[in-house]
Design a protein around this ligand. Structure first.
Ligand code: NAI
Length: 328
């Protein structure tokens, strides 16, 4: 029997799917709710494959898996920088990932843009209190606006295509230009996005070059009342400078699915905790800022894809077939 040990298995959405797909694929699964560590590594005994999430798999843990007989680690994520690939290679463990489609994040981005330009946060706040007045809630229409899309990879390009239906003018910037994006958007230098965009949405990975891309200098070049959307990585925005710009009225609205220093906060219930992230507390307090906890990816399609593909990847490995999910 082919056996796979699944770590960080979520009860509320992944467990039933794992059981269903495992049955379909003729795999036996050992499900563990906790992230892998030296205490529970023995649950992988008898499994040639383990299936993990974004928790750290360092050289020691890789070695510990190897000692249990593990040959393949699959992660139910696109990124795999949490796994020590060099250590895995050294002890002969192969690694795979499970990419999911860009539509979940792209839809969410369009939603945050619409929520921001229509003041949806403030509207919901009022209806919750049975305050049905209009003053202060006047919005803007996308067709009248210029949207700047920074990063036109899988997600950015999908956002461009979706936005094209709204009739807005779309400016784009990327280190590499894509033909399909040119159909709907004009590639321009970053400076023109700062100067001309009413809405700016970020879709690049975080690199040394673009750390704090949105900072005091770049914001000074932007239009007054500019709307900033970030579903990419928190540190693309200098939070302190951003908060100042919101207080000064420079930023008209923002939709932030990611913030700086979110690690350890998001995905946990901190209701009764005193939190250290002052920036997040301030950002949440502004009526024109929508904050969500890094969940733009979180759709039914995403869960089904990562659960099924990670198991199929294990099956390919165990049957000695070409594995399209393996990281080479
Ligand atoms: P991708 O790799 O397909 O595209 C990234 C694009 O950014 C590429 O076209 C690349 O050339 C461009 N790029 C890289 N550095 C740049 C720079 N300095 N300036 C301009 N362009 C640059 O990535 P994908 O899948 O579209 O993801 C985009 C972002 O979304 C990433 O930061 C990713 O971590 C984030 N993300 C967020 C999720 C969420 O739930 N909020 C879920 C999945 C991804």
């Amino acid at each position: 029997m082919m056996q796979v040990t699944v770590y960080s298995c979520r009860d509320f959405d992944e467990k039933d799917l794992f059981l269903e797909y495992a049955k379909e694929l003729g795999i036996e699964v050992v499900l563990c709710a906790d992230a892998p560590d030296h205490d529970n590594v023995s649950l992988s005994k008898g499994s040639r494959c383990v299936d993990v999430l974004t928790t750290k798999i360092d050289a020691q843990l890789v070695q510990a898996f190897r000692e249990q007989g593990v040959e393949f680690i699959t992660t139910r994520t696109i990124g795999y920088d949490h796994i020590d690939l060099a250590a895995a290679k050294e002890c002969g463990i192969r690694v795979g990932n499970a990419p999911y489609g860009p539509h979940g994040v792209a839809d969410y981005t369009v939603m945050l843009i619409l929520m921001s330009i229509r003041k949806m946060g403030a509207i919901l706040g009022r209806t919750a209190l049975q305050d049905y007045t209009l003053a202060g809630l006047n919005g803007r229409e996308l067709k009248d606006l210029t949207v700047g899309v920074i990063g036109t990879g899988r997600i950015g390009a999908t956002v461009v295509r979706s936005l094209s239906g709204f009739g807005c003018r779309i400016l784009a910037y990327d280190l590499y230009e894509k033909e399909e994006v040119r159909q709907y958007a004009s590639y321009v230098p970053l400076a023109r996005i700062w100067q001309e965009a009413d809405v700016i949405t970020l879709h690049t990975p975080l690199t040394e070059d673009n750390f704090h891309l949105i900072n005091a200098d770049t914001m000074a070049q932007m239009k007054d009342g500019v709307v900033i959307i970030n579903t990419a990585r928190g540190a693309l925005i200098d939070s302190d400078a951003f908060i100042e710009a919101i207080e000064e009225g420079k930023i008209g609205a923002a939709g932030l699915d990611v913030v700086e220093n979110e690690f350890g906060l998001y995905y946990y219930d901190h209701k009764t905790d005193i939190l250290k992230n002052k920036e997040l507390a301030l950002l949440r307090s502004f009526p024109n800022v929508t904050v969500s906890h890094h969940m733009a990816f979180y759709t039914r399609n995403y869960v089904e894809t990562v659960v099924k593909d990670s198991l199929m990847s294990c099956k390919c490995h165990m049957e000695g077939k070409e594995n399209p999910w393996e990281i080479k």
